[in-house]
Design a protein around this ligand. Structure first.
Ligand SMILES: Cc1ncc(COP(=O)(O)O)c(C=O)c1O
Length: 428
C-alpha cells in the first residue's frame, strides 16, 4: 500500500464511521416522519468527491467524460453533455437549437409548445432565448401534455414542442412524434423528472431531437446538483459542448478539425461561438459514476411504492384520482401525485394540513399551472384555451414523499393518515 492509499483508507474509515452513525434515513415507527426526499448518497459518493478534492483536480475533466459515457451506455443514448443542473441542461439544449450554427435552428419569435404543468425552468430558457412559449393543457389521467391540445395550438410560427414527462410518466410519444413529423416541429424532451423511464422499451430522452435530465438532490439519483443533455445528433452534441464552456472548442470531439481550420490561433484558446459556463465539476462526475449503478434499485423502490399505494388507497377512489401510466410507457414514478375528484367535499389544503400534523411532508404537483404564475406576465407568451385540467391540478393536487427510503412501514403510516382524514371528514 502506498502512503497515499494508506491515508485515503484512514479518511474512508472515518467517513464510513460517521455515515454509519448519522445516515439512517429509514422510517422509524417510534419517531415517524415521511419527508419529501431523503439522501440517496452516503460513504461511497462522499469518498468519490473527497478523492477529487484531495487530488485537487476538481474542474471538469475525465470523471465528467467517464460519467457521460456510462450514462449514455446505460440508456443507449449516442451523446451526453453533462452540466451543472437540469435547468442548465434545458438552457443548453434550447440555446443550441436556437444557435445560428444549428441545422434548421429556431429564430427569435418562434413559438414552442409547452405543457402548462411544467417546471419554471422548462419555460425560462425559451424566453431567455427570445422564443415564445405556448401553453397547452394536460391529459387529466396521465398528467402529461395532451396531444390533441398540441394540434390545436399549432400556428404559423410554431417550430417546436418542449414536453415534460410528468413525474416520470412518459408522454404519449407515438402521437406526439407523429404530430411533430407531420408539422415539421423539433421535439425537445424535458426528462428532468423521468430518469430511467421508457416508452415502447426505449429510454425517454432521445425519442425527440434532444433530451435533458436532472441529478438534483431529490431526484432518482443525484450528483448533488447536476444535469445532462442527451442526443443522437453528433453536431448538436458538439455545439452543446461548445456553448457549455465559453464558446470554446476545447471539449469537442472534433477539436482537431477546428484547430486545423483556424491554424493562426493559439490552439488552447479558440472560440468559435458564444458560450456560457454550465460545466459540471469532477466531483459531480465522480458522484454520478457511483450513483448510476444504484439507479435501477432506486427506481424499483419508487415503482413498488406507487403500485402498493394505488392498491391501498383505491378505496378512496371516489375522492382521489391517481396518475395513470401511459400505454407503452414505463414510469419511473418520481413521486406519487394525487388529485381530488370533483366529488371531494373537502379542500386539498385540509388534507395537506392533516398529513403535515403527522409529519408527512406534502407539496403541490410540480408547481401547478405555470401559465398562471406572475413571472409569466412580464414576457410574451400564448395560452391555448382555459387550461382547465392544469388549473384543477394546481388547486387540487397533492403529493408526498415517494423515494428509495420509503418502505412498507412508511407507506402504511401514510395510508393510515389518509384514512384518518377521511374518517374525520365523516366520509368513511
Ligand atoms: C420538469 C423539470 N424540468 C427542469 C427541472 C430543473 O432541474 P434542476 O433542479 O436540476 O435545475 C426540474 C426540477 O426538478 C423539473 O421538474
Amino acid at each position: 500500500m502506498t502512503k497515499r492509499d494508506e491515508l485515503l483508507s484512514a479518511v474512508e474509515s472515518s467517513v464510513r464511521a460517521y455515515c454509519d452513525a448519522e445516515h439512517d434515513f429509514r422510517f422509524k415507527a417510534n419517531d415517524p416522519v415521511v419527508r419529501l426526499h431523503e439522501p440517496t448518497f452516503s460513504t461511497d459518493e462522499i469518498m468519490a468527491a473527497v478523492e477529487c478534492l484531495l487530488s485537487t483536480k476538481v474542474t471538469m475533466g475525465p470523471k465528467v467524460v467517464a460519467f457521460e459515457k456510462e450514462f449514455c451506455g446505460a440508456f443507449n443514448f449516442a451523446h451526453g453533455v453533462m452540466n451543472n443542473s437540469g435547468s442548465s441542461a434545458n438552457l443548453l439544449a434550447v440555446a443550441a437549437l436556437a444557435n445560428p450554427a444549428a441545422r434548421d435552428g429556431l429564430k427569435p419569435g418562434d413559438e414552442v409548445i409547452v405543457p402548462a404543468l411544467c417546471w419554471s425552468t422548462t419555460v425560462w430558457p425559451l424566453i431567455q432565448l427570445g422564443l415564445v412559449p405556448v401553453f397547452v393543457d394536460m391529459d387529466p389521467e396521465t398528467l402529461n401534455i395532451d396531444p390533441e391540445q398540441i394540434e390545436r395550438a399549432i400556428g404559423p410560427k410554431t417550430r417546436a414542442v418542449m414536453l415534460v414527462h410528468v413525474y416520470g410518466n412518459p408522454c404519449d410519444m407515438d402521437a406526439i412524434v407523429s404530430i411533430c413529423n407531420k408539422r415539421n416541429l423539433i421535439l425537445i424532451e424535458d426528462c428532468c423528472e423521468a430518469l430511467a423511464a421508457t416508452y415502447g422499451g426505449k429510454a425517454v430522452g432521445t425519442i425527440g431531437r434532444v433530451g435533458t435530465f436532472s441529478f438534483y438532490f431529490s431526484h432518482h439519483m443525484t450528483t448533488l446538483e447536476g444535469g445532462i443533455c442527451v442526443t443522437d445528433d453528433f453536431e448538436l452534441a458538439e455545439l452543446m459542448r461548445i456553448l457549455r464552456a465559453h464558446g470554446w472548442v476545447r471539449e469537442t470531439e472534433n477539436r482537431d478539425a477546428y484547430l486545423k481550420q483556424y491554424p493562426d490561433f493559439d490552439p488552447r484558446f479558440l472560440f468559435v461561438n458564444l458560450g456560457y459556463n454550465l460545466r459540471a465539476t469532477e466531483l459531480q462526475g465522480a458522484i454520478g459514476s457511483v450513483q448510476l449503478p444504484k439507479l435501477a434499485g432506486f427506481v424499483d423502490a419508487r415503482r413498488e411504492n406507487t403500485a402498493a399505494w394505488k392498491k391501498d388507497l383505491a378505496r378512496f377512489g371516489e375522492f382521489l384520482a391517481f396518475q395513470q401510466e401511459t400505454p407503452k410507457g414505463r414510469s419511473s414514478c418520481f413521486g406519487f401525485p394525487m388529485t381530488l375528484t370533483d366529488k371531494a367535499p373537502f379542500n386539498v389544503r385540509d388534507l395537506m394540513a392533516h398529513l403535515n400534523k403527522a409529519r408527512i411532508e406534502t407539496r403541490p404537483i410540480i408547481a401547478g399551472n405555470m401559465a398562471a404564475q406572475p413571472g409569466l406576465k412580464l414576457y410574451q407568451h400564448r395560452i391555448v384555451g382555459d387550461l382547465p385540467h392544469s388549473s384543477w391540478i394546481m388547486h387540487n393536487g397533492i403529493t408526498f414523499g415517494n423515494h428509495q427510503a420509503v418502505d412498507a412501514k412508511a407507506r402504511d403510516y401514510v395510508t393510515g393518515h389518509v384514512e384518518s382524514f377521511f374518517k374525520a371528514q365523516g366520509l368513511i
